[in-house]
Design a protein around this ligand. Structure first.
Ligand code: FMN
Length: 185
């Protein structure tokens, strides 16, 4: 027997284990905003791309319309409370970098900064938008992926022993289990 699952008002019960990210964006006047996002899909192909789902009511979406660049900052377990605050407060009312005590580093190719406390950062530039009603799906080229020493394998890759992102799973947050295979198998 299969039972129909109630996916919740915001589809929170749709998320079967997605990495949590702090997405940084910047407005025309240089104001930086950060928000929690778990609707991120890397897209395969010759060109490295990513799709980011952002609710139109969010300040993040407004700033993406002003400057079509963003950085995906993958969240380590220590930043769970920052993820919660950046996912509930709006940058229209508060400076979340200050509230959450987050620091920034300049990005190489885009205006929004990297979050220093997040060891994996993906610089993105928008190449298309799909208007999905209450949501915009931002399609972006990946310009750079940067890893801090903490999660680096020292050979231009991510060390899968130390890589420890937070996952958003059926409305809850979890960390990873052991490595069980390679090459997707
Ligand atoms: C765990 C979690 C995941 C979230 N994922 C998304 C998401 O994928 N897309 C989105 O638009 N908002 C998402 N949100 C909600 C935004 O982070 C939230 O509305 C935030 O306050 C928006 O801030 P802003 O107005 O400064 O952009 C998420 C929140 C949490 C707590």
């Amino acid at each position: 027997m299969r039972t129909i699952v109630d996916t919740g008002t915001y589809g929170e019960y749709l998320h079967y284990g997605m990495p949590l990210a702090l997405v940084t964006v910047v407005g025309m006047d240089g104001n930086v905003n950060v928000s929690t996002n778990t609707s991120i899909a890397p897209l395969p192909g010759d060109k490295q791309r990513v799709a980011l789902g952002v609710l139109k009511e969010n300040y993040t979406d407004e700033l993406l319309n002003q400057n079509g660049e963003f950085v995906i900052n993958i969240i380590p377990p220590e930043l769970r409370s920052a993820a919660q605050q950046c996912g509930t407060l709006s940058g229209r009312r508060v400076d979340k970098l200050e509230v959450c005590n987050l620091s920034t580093l300049p990005a190489r190719f885009v205006k929004p900064p990297l979050i220093k406390e997040c060891p994996l950062n993906i610089e993105c530039r928008v190449v298309g938008i799909h208007d999905l009603g209450e949501l915009n799906l931002w399609i972006a080229d990946i310009l750079a992926v940067e890893v801090a020493d903490l999660w680096s394998n020292g050979r231009g890759g991510v060390d899968l022993e130390t890589f420890d992102p937070l996952f958003y799973t059926f409305g809850y947050t979890m960390t990873r289990g052991p490595l069980v295979g390679a090459g997707g198998l």
